[in-house]
Design a protein around this ligand. Structure first.
Ligand SMILES: [Zn+2]
Ligand SMILES: [Zn+2]
Length: 93
């Protein structure tokens, strides 16, 4: 028994597709799609939604990227800022 996660096709809610097949399926389904245009999620191209703002509230890829950014910021604040304007900064007067 293999565990396969199923997702719902954004273009047709009756399509239940294995997650790893979703990108290919979406390309195929988008060609036959006749409804209102869907936006592609920046965080996962397999996410196609009508309302991106609503989607981002529950998009785990987006939420994960926020977490990552928070970690990055937390890490970078521990490193002292680097002087980038050359060696003249500490020239005594
Ligand atoms: Zn589909
Ligand atoms: Zn998304």
């Amino acid at each position: 028994m293999s565990y396969c996660e199923l997702g719902t096709c954004p273009y047709d809610k009756t399509h239940r597709i294995m997650i790893f097949r979703m990108p290919k399926h979406i390309v195929k389904c988008a060609k036959n799609y006749r409804g209102p245009p869907l936006q592609t999620c920046k965080y996962n191209a397999a996410h196609r939604v009508l309302d991106m703002e609503e989607h981002l509230k529950e998009c785990d890829y987006y939420l994960r990227s926020i977490d990552d950014q928070a970690v990055q910021i937390a890490l970078s604040t521990r490193i002292p800022p680097v002087q980038e304007n050359g060696h003249d900064v500490d020239t005594p007067l």
